[in-house]
Design a binder for this molecule. Structure first.
Ligand code: WAQ
Ligand code: MG
Ligand code: MG
Length: 258
């Protein structure tokens, strides 16, 4: 399977001009495709942005490029869902999970200040738990993790086995979390959507897995969050290079799990 040639396909869409000219982020997406599937992959990304709850885009860019590097295979993180009855309860569960993952309380507090300041990013914030500072220099852009995917047939087998909904959104989030958490410098990830109708988010880490929390914001709220808590980052550039460039496939092996 991995002998085949693969292509990284990326999309970004915004409203009131391109992102770099201050446009509002509407939608983004990144997938890995075979040559044969390129047409349908591009179409999936096109559809995603054209019918988005954040609004209609007036700028969109879709590009593909051949992947030259070998594609690394990662197992999906184990999934657990915490049913929160309010945003307060959900957010307090998220903080507890971050602490369990090894993020100091002061870092969590500081990170939440950043979330308020940067809730309109199209990428993620890198937060160093040693210095208690945001360490990427991407400002309102953030770091966009790319070159990752989970083949549909394998994802669907996995979802059926664990009796989880086969949602494209969850697949994308699981793929991103698996890639981010696989890096030794990542301590934890905190995420919720910037889509107004989607209020479930998660905390992920190598040890805790993918911990979904059903209520992390109110319906209608367009402020999202994606923070990677990192520790022991001697080489920021190579960490960012990993997030943006290392090709990853998530793949579930039924036998290995039981
Ligand atoms: N790389 C870095 N940051 C990203 C990426 C990426 N590839 N994709 C999204 N983000 C950031 C960006 O700032 C978005 O505003 C924010 O995350 C939210 O993105 O039920 O749907 O795609 O288990 O809106 C999680 C729960 C859903 C799924 C998360 O996020 C479930 C979601 P969205
Ligand atoms: Mg997304
Ligand atoms: Mg979104």
């Amino acid at each position: 399977m991995l002998e085949e040639k693969y292509y990284s396909v990326r999309m970004r869409a915004s409203q009131n001009g391109p992102h770099e000219q201050g446009g509002k982020h509407i939608s983004g997406g990144e997938q890995i495709s075979t040559y044969t599937d390129l047409k349908s992959m591009v179409n999936v990304l096109l559809e995603k942005a054209l019918s988005h709850s954040r609004g209609n885009p007036d700028f969109m860019q879709i590009q593909f490029e051949k992947i030259e590097e070998p594609i690394k295979v990662l197992k999906p993180l184990p999934v657990r869902t915490y049913e929160a009855s309010s945003v307060e309860e959900g957010q307090s569960a998220a903080r507890k999970l971050l602490e369990q993952a090894g993020v100091p309380t002061e870092s969590i507090d500081k990170a939440y200040e950043l979330i308020t300041e940067f809730s309109e990013l199209r990428g993620a914030i890198l937060f160093d738990i040693r210095s208690g500072l945001r360490i990427d220099d991407r400002n309102e852009k953030g770091i966009r993790v790319s070159r990752m995917d989970w083949l549909t047939a394998n994802f669907e087998k996995w979802a059926e086995h664990y009796q989880l909904t086969r949602s494209q959104r969850m697949r994308e989030a699981l793929v991103l979390a698996a890639k981010v958490c696989a890096h030794p410098a990542t301590v934890a990830e905190l995420c919720w959507s910037d889509d107004p109708e989607y209020i479930t988010g998660y905390v992920a880490s190598k040890r805790l897995g993918y911990q979904r929390i059903t209520k992390l914001k109110e319906y209608g709220d367009e402020r999202g969050c994606r923070i990677f808590f990192v520790d022991g980052l001697s080489d920021l550039a190579s960490y960012i290079e990993y997030l943006e460039k290392q090709p990853i496939f998530v793949q579930w092996e039924e036998k290995a799990c039981h």
